[in-house]
Design a protein around this ligand. Sequence first.
Ligand code: AMP
Length: 284
Amino acid sequence: MPDFVIPVTLKIFATKKEITDYFNRKPVKVIGFVPTMGALHKGHLGLIELAKQQSTQVVCSIFVNPTQFNDPKDLEKYPRPIADDIRRLEEINCDILFNPQVTEMYDDNEKWHFDMGDLESLLEGKFRPGHYQGVTQVVYKLFNIVKPDVAFFGQKDYQQVLVISKMIEKLHMPVKLVMCPIEREPDGLAMSSRNIHLTPDDRKNSLVLSKTLNWVKENFEPTKIAELQQHAIQTISAAPGVELEYFEIADGKTLHPATELSESVVALVAARVGKTRLIDNILL
Ligand code: AMP
């Protein structure tokens, strides 16, 4: 066995045809897929590492999907450091980057609607109307282009995992979904491409989110759900520079308020810290 790693050259495709032709020429046993919007950090790289362990070839996509942004300013200022991203993908030996332009992915005035039930209007759905329609629209397209056997999504976007899982099930898509744990900074802040917008004060203030989630986990008892949720809401609402959108202790499958009978329970939070919107969650 050689004691060195032979580097793989990252193949970069920008069109559907290029990636389809590539896999037609070179069928692959297990295609692992990690869809992202770029500005790659350790959270994304963790997904790719896991994908490498479970697949023959790994495709990472970088596409800042306009249809999932309900705030045009958020779309405009979303970071796009593509040269750094390519370097990171090369360093971790990712096989393929799919990096299309918007015109490659969308025709003018395309229509899309996926019935995901009340996942569309709860929590993230309530605060970001239309967001999950945009997410399902792009992921459906990406799945049809990349044709993955396994797709890797982060627990960081817990509700997104439930929505994609529902889409796979309802549309009978032949894809296995793997949810990967949340990567955090050493002080607890969940990694996110949006964290670069945090000022030093925001950065300090943001810690109340992960600290409160941890506190709820440490004190969790199924009979104390309402009390814990109330305390968490008060703590975050009182924190400086933080505007709470929601803190919910929810059933892990439905995202309805958790009850003593819920088989899995998750605490989810969204808040604006300064001008930046952050989300986080913890399994209880
Ligand atoms: P994004 O580029 O923000 O659309 O994220 C792409 C994928 O990376 C999604 O499946 C996210 O849930 C996942 N992801 C983002 N941040 C993290 C994190 N801190 N830990 C684990 N996965 C993450």
